[in-house]
Design a protein around this ligand. Structure first.
Ligand SMILES: C[S@@+](CC[C@H](N)C(=O)[O-])C[C@H]1O[C@@H](n2cnc3c(N)ncnc32)[C@H](O)[C@@H]1O
Length: 231
């Protein structure tokens, strides 16, 4: 049954975190669903029906599991994914980085919109498996990257980041990197539902959406979500 973490799971996850264990964990704790604002794609997502949903960060940490960002389609990602699908010319034929990709939601929309190559980067090793399952479900290809790419420039033509300004330290590292990428000519777009550390004064509004979200995560039914560009 989805979500019951047996003792066997605890050992496997906290000690080895093998790709196959992570994959099996994701399949056991999620349902394939269409995110409400990006119904063109499907993702393995946690719902109220899953135990994962009810667990606190501390409980998850105790069993060796980072917060399951990959199990939710965050408002910022949904807004940015919507923008990419509605403006495929932004990514068509281009090399794209989906930074802090979580489920891979934004990268999948870029691949569907015709990107030539999509790197999907997230430091949580679970994300690589979630992204692989989600890419398969959408019949697209993502190159999953697990190293920390902050400060790195591999010449991406487009850099996309959904819902990344929720933490002060993270946000402070991102802004100069994004500015450098934009200054050398990359299109840098972020999707954000009003997180605390959004560097609004450095951003230009591109689109606004009302994105249906999960009350248990956001304490709201809908989040006004903006797609911003750098510079
Ligand atoms: C709120 S989630 C957003 C996921 C996805 N973009 C979306 O909108 O659904 C933030 C993600 O940032 C990732 N993250 C945090 N620090 C990171 C780093 N230095 N490099 C890459 N990803 C990072 C987390 O693991 C998490 O998956």
């Amino acid at each position: 049954m989805a979500g019951s973490l047996s003792h066997g799971w605890r050992e496997e996850l906290s000690v080895t975190l093998s790709p196959s264990a992570a994959r099996a964990f994701i399949l056991a704790n999620t349902t394939v669903m269409r995110p409400p604002h990006v119904p063109e794609i499907v993702l393995h997502l946690a719902t109220e029906a899953h135990d994962l949903w009810l667990r606190t960060e501390e409980e998850l940490e105790a069993i060796g599991l980072p917060p399951p960002f990959w199990a939710f389609a965050w408002a910022g990602g949904q807004g940015l994914g919507r923008f990419v699908l509605d403006h495929p010319e932004l990514v068509r034929g281009k090399s794209v980085l989906d930074f802090a990709s979580g489920s891979g939601l934004v990268g999948i929309t870029a691949a569907k919109a015709g990107a030539a190559w999509v790197d999907a980067a997230d430091i949580d090793p679970f994300c690589a498996q979630a992204m692989s399952l989600n890419a398969e479900a959408n019949k697209v290809q993502l190159a999953s990257r697990t190293q920390d790419l902050i400060g790195v420039d591999e010449g991406w033509q487009v850099v996309l980041a959904g819902d990344v300004f929720y933490d002060r330290n993270f946000a402070e590292q991102l802004l100069p990197w994004f500015q450098n990428l934009a200054m050398r000519g990359a299109t840098v777009l972020v999707g954000d539902p009003g997180r605390s550390y959004l560097p609004r004064q450095h951003l230009v509004e591109q689109a606004v959406y009302e994105v249906a979200v999960t009350r248990a995560l956001e304490d709201a039914e809908v989040k006004r979500t903006t797609v911003w560009s750098l510079g």
